[in-house]
Write a protein that binds this ligand. Structure first.
Ligand code: UD1
Ligand code: CA
Length: 452
């Protein structure tokens, strides 16, 4: 079989500058799921002139046919029909991402075994609004679009899914006979049904065929897709699966626990036995085993090895690479940094364009001053370095192994192994100074008052 995906529509009801087929569902454009469900077949996509380039980029395996003017679904099929070589083909609307390949397989079985022209997938919906209604009339089947339906027809709950298996030859013959609909001025593919011999309408699970025409439907379909993705992780604990956002490409290891409002985006991999707490957003990152991410961390394009502890409120920006057993505490920001084993930066710190060795202790309020207004400069720190609180490392700068940097130091020169670096104004204590100061101030104020 070959498959034709109809994707050239104008998406008017979506009220968006972006074509609805590119609207995001769990990290992928809606049409991705349709292409994925049909990946066993040779795929044709009917596109309009605006979406054409993006579709080619997204699906290099598909053949794109352009429908210049949106004259309806029958006209869209007509744009691809001459390129169909197999004797049966599938037509699917691009706006039904919940489509199930098994439904298509069984429909194909029915078409073949009974020598039919068409098997049409239908479903019973409690709210059939917006869909074409199925009329079963003594074995004859017709589809009436909502726009063309009278009050009684609108009450029919069996709807056209927009998935059809066709005998190619019969469609080639019947397609040119379809007339423009008087109400919408479009050529309806649904009008092909009475022109074919042997049509069977097969009911499938309504959840598989929900179409996305509006933002409301987009949100409903997203929720169902999210449920499907989460249900696949049968060895992962989701504390509140209704409020967890996991993208299609995400992998999660056994016995990991995901708390509410966590977002795992892009190509993110989480290892085994991890805990990802509330509100953390992790994008395109690799997290190994036994990692604990505390609440409200943002992690982008980073790698975290086993047994690390991050957050709460930590921000790991792109290219943060953490070795085993690293601790990144609250209000710590990292960017383009390599951090060795057992190193800790527990509070209020910025580490950017830096390499830190293992067993380093970064004190509270440490800052790598990496930017000079023109360039990003590097800080290199050896192993077993102790950095006191409130230290500025003015890059480029290199700190050897086993160095101690005193609290409050501004490091502007490289430091040798086993050295103490300290840059402080010596402290002076002036005894009784406060008493004298207060007396002089009070005297001044009295004199000023008198003068007024
Ligand atoms: C269509 C069906 C309706 C069915 C519903 C299922 C028709 C006439 N109606 O209605 O019976 O219940 O799907 O979801 O087919 N498209 C083109 N070129 C065009 C017009 C549309 O490629 O000129 C594409 C759209 O991008 C879309 C698909 O065809 O992917 C269906 O079009 P849409 O406007 O969404 O049709 P519905 O009104 O939903
Ligand atoms: Ca539709």
């Amino acid at each position: 079989m070959e498959a034709v995906i109809l994707a050239a529509g104008k998406s008017t009801r979506m009220k968006s500058k972006t074509s609805k087929i590119f609207h995001n569902i769990c990290g992928k454009p809606m049409i991705f799921y349709v292409v994925e469900a049909l990946r066993r077949y040779k795929i044709h996509i009917v596109s309009n002139t605006q979406t054409n380039d993006t579709l080619k980029e997204l699906f290099p395996q598909a053949t794109i046919h352009i429908q210049k003017e949106q004259k309806g679904t029958a006209d869209a099929v007509a744009c691809a029909i001459d390129y169909i070589k197999e004797d049966t083909f599938i037509v699917v609307n691009a706006d039904m991402p919940l489509i199930d390949p098994n439904d298509i397989e069984s429909a194909y079985g029915i078409l073949k075994s009974r020598g039919l022209d068409c098997v049409l997938l239908t479903a019973e919906l409690d709210d059939p609004k917006g869909y074409g209604r199925i009329i079963r009339d003594n074995g004859c089947i017709r589809i009436i679009e909502e726009k063309n339906a009278d009050e009684n027809t609108r009450k029919i709950k069996e709807i056209n899914s927009g998935i059809y298996i066709f005998k190619t030859e019969s469609v080639k013959e019947a397609l040119p006979k379809i007339e423009r609909d008087a109400v919408s001025n479009e050529y309806y593919l649904t009008d092909i049904i009475p022109l074919l011999k042997g049509v069977e309408a097969v009911r499938v699970n309504p959840q598989h065929i929900l179409g996305v025409n509006t933002r409301k439907q987009l949100s409903e379909v997203r929720n169902i897709m999210q449920r499907r993705i989460i249900d696949k992780f049968d060895d992962v604990t989701f504390i509140d699966s209704e409020n967890t956002y996991i993208n299609y490409d995400v992998e999660i290891g056994e016995d990991t626990v995901i708390y509410p409002n966590v977002h795992l985006r892009g190509k993110t991999t989480i290892g085994r036995n991890c805990i990802i707490e509330n509100g953390s957003v992790i994008e395109n990152s690799v997290i190994k085993d036994n990692v604990h991410i505390k609440p409200y961390c943002v992690i982008e394009e980073s790698t975290i090895k086993n047994n690390c502890e991050i957050g709460p409120f930590a921000h790991l920006r792109p290219h943060s690479e953490l070795s085993e057993n690293v601790r990144i505490g609250n209000f710590v920001e990292t960017k383009k940094v390599r951090i060795g084993r057992n190193t800790k930066a527990s509070h209020l710190t910025y580490l950017g364009d830096a390499t830190l060795g293992s067993d380093v202790n970064v004190g509270c309020g440490t800052i790598t001053c990496n930017y000079d207004g023109y360039r990003k400069n590097e800080t290199i720190i050896g192993d077993r370095v102790f950095i006191g609180s409130d230290v500025q490392l003015v890059a480029p700068v290199r700190i050897g192994n086993d160095v101690l940097i005193a609290a409050g130091t501004t490091v502007t020169k490289d430091v040798e192994d086993f050295s103490l670096a300290i840059s402080r104004v010596p402290q002076v204590n002036k005894e009784g100074w406060v008493k004298k100061y207060r007396q002089s101030m009070e005297k001044k104020l009295k004199e000023e008052k008198k003068a007024k």
